[in-house]
Design a protein around this ligand. Sequence first.
Ligand code: GCU
Length: 729
Amino acid sequence: VHQAWLPPEAFRAIGARRALVLGDGPLAGTVRDELAQACARYGGSVRPGGDLASADGGPYDLVLAAGAGESLPAVAAAVRAEVRSLGAEIGGEGFVLARRDGVTVVLADEPAGLLYGLFHLVRLGEAAFEDTIAVEHHRPALRLRMLDHWDNVDVHPVMGQVERGYAGGSIFWRDGALRDDLRRVRAYARLLAACGINAVAVNNVNVHTTEARLLTDRLGDVAAIAGELRPYGIRVHLSVDFAAPVTLGGASTADPLDEDVRTWWAETTERVYDTIPDFGGYVVKADSEGRPGPFAYGRSHADGANMLAEALAPFGGVVHWRAFVYDHRQDWRDRSTDRARAAHDHFAPLDGLFGDNVILQVKHGPIDFQPREPVSPVIAAMPATRVAVELQVTQEYTGQQRHVCYLAPMWSEVLGFRLSGPAGPSVAQIAGGAAAHHGRAAHGAAAANGAVSNGAVSNGAVSNGVAELDGTAQTYGGGGLVGVSNVGDDDFWTGHPLAQANLYAFGRLAWAPDADPAAILDEWIGLTFPAFPPDMTGGPDRPRSVLHAIMDDSWRTYERYTAPLGVGFMVRPGHHYGPDVDGYEYTPWGTYHFADRDGVGVDRTRATGTGYTGQYPEPWSQVYESIERCPDEVLLFFHHVPYGHVLHSGSTVIQHIYDTHFAGVEEVVRAQALWAGLAGAGSVPPALHARVADLLDEQLRCAREWRDQVNTYFFRKSGVPDAHGRRIW
Ligand code: GCU
């Protein structure tokens, strides 16, 4: 199995040092074990126990200390005193990194901070031991950084084992049971901790019969997984079936207001916590795509969510209630129903009605993880609700891990987007708990007042942005960031080896949403390919810059050769791979483009369309409403326009379609040539090189298919030829 971003070489710098680890509990133990392994390989030493009294024995090159111990070695005590004198809290999962008298010091309030500090040292490598290091304060901008696995225990007849999975079978389940050997799960936990993830839901949100029982008689399986994840600071969550009192408990109803139903959930949840005391909570897909939910009993989503929240509250658990609720049986002739509106229509009126431990989990866009969507207006519409933003790391609509598509630039745009204009909070701030003076600041990172000392760095959009919120009435509880995992039992974890970068970047952005996607990619390259020369600026023949050239802009390349200008879909129905322009056009799924001989796009305006633009606060409500002001990249999401409509770019819609589709394919051709140039260079392992080369062949084939089907389709509809006379079929 490939080591992903934690090959042994990544531990060379810390493994060659004399280290002291102070702190109690299993996470401090993990840090000690990690260091001991690294030292065994690279000649360093780690002082074992947490015996504070004998701690001053030195000398050390590296001290990691959690808690407020009074017998810290002098250098660490000095850093601790400085942090204290500034009145700064390091914060639960945070850490301070400093360099004093030739010793690198990592201080944390709690052992989790030590763990994240350790992996920060791994990222820094030798740079962690340079005297130029300033005091740095790191703490996560988002408290909950979670991956949802859409894994089934059984192999589903249509969806396979991992629904929308492109990397083989599940790492948890095999042949209808928990895997015997869970070492892979432990290795996964380690990778996740190294990029900052702290929660995992182990089964598909579509909870089928076998999987429903993970909550009850198969709970032992979940406990075993929890045992593997725990040493790396990751809590386990479970997707549950809303109808479980009926399907598992034999009751006649799952009505959330029924006393027996409430008792069933309370007792069942108590048993879960008896077995897994640090269990994270439930994930629920209710009244969505045929899943059961409170609507069947005339109850609201708040009734449903609160009932589960009440069962979890005594144990500190949360319920992630998904907002992906829409009519999936609509009539394509019905022009008044708009799927984009659905989540806001259902949930915005419920703001303020959810319990404190309910997290409303909202997809980043209003439809379904398309390569380009506007940001969901639900995210800003519920200031009295804890909102989590859901991203899709698995590449269902972005090339299914056969295409190179580095998604961090898209996520970064989403996380930085300010739904109510420049003075309002960003999406990351809302998900992180952007509260100024009022209300529920305790839930989030509102107090992330960065600087610890002169030259201190606080990395997190939230800390920088909080000040801007002063004086606004709105507060947000903060639900965190959730990604649908792209991992399977494939040797490279993610099918496409370069798709590992998406998993890594997801974690890093959940920790620091304002981090630069290219810098995250560079970090990932440095860790994953230790044989690469270290400089990022090397000439075009350097492997590192080749990878940047292939990956940095690959999301936009993918966008160019697929559905144009934000209109979305145009994929093969069912599996969603490859082009099929009209594949969904006359289906019940609510995903239409309405192309005719004159134009294309969905009129979602208030003036003449579905009124969806009215779900946005100002200024976006006005911007999206206006054909003139609407950004090109989402024009067809909001407007139906003639093919001759001139974009801000100066091109017409039809010429833009042709140009981008030709360009996108050319970019894949270039990527293929660049990658071929890395063959035999010694810095890319041959098996990895071969896997990517094969996948690039498939990407090019598929991109050509997209180009030709989309271009031909619009040429036939419009009759407008390509201005450059290129071949359209
Ligand atoms: C998409 C995906 C489904 C998934 C659903 C969800 O529609 O195709 O497989 O179940 O999202 O998020 O619940």
